[in-house]
Ligand binder design. Structure first.
Ligand code: 0RA
Length: 178
């Protein structure tokens, strides 16, 4: 039977990597762009709420993409009732609503789940997040959606914002050329 255990097993990152089409629509060039838009949608949310003024999207020489903004920065504090930072949760869990559901206002593509930047992370060979917030630069790294570099606090800064660099995973996409 297809019991609760099996369903549980395929939640989150594993679920997205097992059936990417269900979350990003396709694994062709359209799906490839979808994981970029999942990030820029978050930045547009910061913009419409009056927090971000600039957004840059850069396709790097190695095929990775950098999306940078000067919004509030993804929260880095520990989540209530959890042993993880908000930053880690934003990148590793599928959000069904509440404060961290940033896509409640969008329809998504063809009624797909608004899985947000967790889908981008799950479909990336690697992803690096750099946050400027609460007086410091913070970083965290992932490979195929799994945490590889825990949250680390770097130098001081007065700025706020988020810079996300990710390499679309050729194990998922039929093309990784944007
Ligand atoms: C969760 C909560 C808040 C902001 C963000 C996520 C956020 C996500 C992205 C993704 C790219 N740029 C972003 N900037 C912000 C709210 C933060 C707060 O309440 O201060």
């Amino acid at each position: 039977g297809y019991g609760a255990d099996q369903i549980q097993h395929l939640e989150g990152i594993d679920g997205i990597r097992h059936r990417p089409q269900m979350y990003i629509g396709s694994t062709d060039n359209v799906g490839l762009h979808h994981i970029v838009f999942e990030v820029t949608d978050n930045v547009l949310d910061e913009f419409v709420n009056g927090y971000a003024k600039t957004l840059s999207v850069t396709i790097n020489a190695d095929g990775s993409v950098t999306v940078a903004d000067d919004g509030r920065g993804i929260p880095v504090g520990k989540m209530k009732d959890k042993d993880q930072s908000a930053l880690e949760v934003v990148f590793t869990e599928i959000h069904a609503g509440g404060k961290f559901d940033r896509k409640a206002y969008t329809t998504g593509t063809g009624g797909l789940h608004g899985v947000g930047i967790t889908a981008t992370n799950a479909c990336s060979e690697w992803l690096e997040a750099e946050v400027r917030r609460e007086g410091h630069v913070w970083t965290m790294g992932f490979a195929q959606g799994r945490l590889t570099t825990p949250l680390s606090k770097l130098g001081a800064t007065e700025q706020t914002g988020t810079k996300i660099t990710f390499k679309p995973d050729s194990a998922i996409f039929s093309t990784t050329v944007l």
